[in-house]
Ligand binder design. Structure first.
Ligand code: GLN
Length: 194
């Protein structure tokens, strides 16, 4: 199973390591042609405006939408979650606009710019270790979106069918269970060649 990490900007190497620790092959993705060989794609944390701009520049917006339309799983972490959202508070335009949710950027404010916590996630037995860095929150979700975890009552992990989004950085810890969860989503999707 091959899982790509969109490598235009952001935390790429850490995701590759987590994918490999979870038991799949990690692929650094810099060109749209590479999407063809992948079973799933991760959009990493970083800076969502920059990632969005570079995705437009290198023709990734339509290509990733097509990837999603084929039912291939996509996992967005932190800035990647913002890139997946249909609505971004205070901005007129979204990026991929694939998940029916509204997000607020940098939602924890200066006091809590970065912190770590143990976070219970639906579908994973024990809490996972989550690192939040200038993290977004999901402030509203549509009927197709399943909330997988909340932190202080706010949504921080969500899933819409083959799409998964986390406000935090699961790749910055030695806890690979959310990557494992994503690999299980890929295995369950009809597109994996057996
Ligand atoms: N604050 C960043 C943004 O709005 C996201 C931060 C992150 O990915 N760690 O794009």
């Amino acid at each position: 199973m091959k899982v790509g990490v969109l490598a235009l900007q952001g935390a790429v190497a850490e995701h590759i390591r987590s994918i490999e620790q979870a038991g799949a092959t990690g692929v650094i993705v810099k060109r749209v042609e590479q999407l063809e060989e992948l079973d799933g794609l991760i959009i990493p944390g970083g800076e969502s405006t920059t990632i969005g701009k570079l995705m437009r520049k290198y023709d990734f917006i339509d290509a990733v939408r097509q990837f999603s339309a084929q039912g291939k799983p996509i996992f967005g972490t932190c800035a990647g979650l913002i890139v997946l959202a249909e609505r971004i508070e205070g901005q007129d335009d979204a990026h991929l606009g694939l998940m029916d949710m509204t997000v607020a950027r940098n939602a924890f404010g200066r006091q809590r710019e970065s912190f770590e916590t143990d976070l219970p996630v639906k579908g994973i037995e024990e809490p996972i270790r989550a690192v939040f860095i200038r993290a977004p929150l999901i402030t509203q979700v549509g009927p197709e979106v399943e909330v997988l975890s909340t932190f202080n009552g706010e949504i921080v992990t969500a899933r819409q069918g083959h799409l998964l989004a986390a406000s935090y950085h699961p790749e910055l810890t030695d806890d690979y269970r959310l990557h494992q969860y994503f690999l299980d989503m890929i295995k369950a999707s009809a597109n994996v060649e057996r």
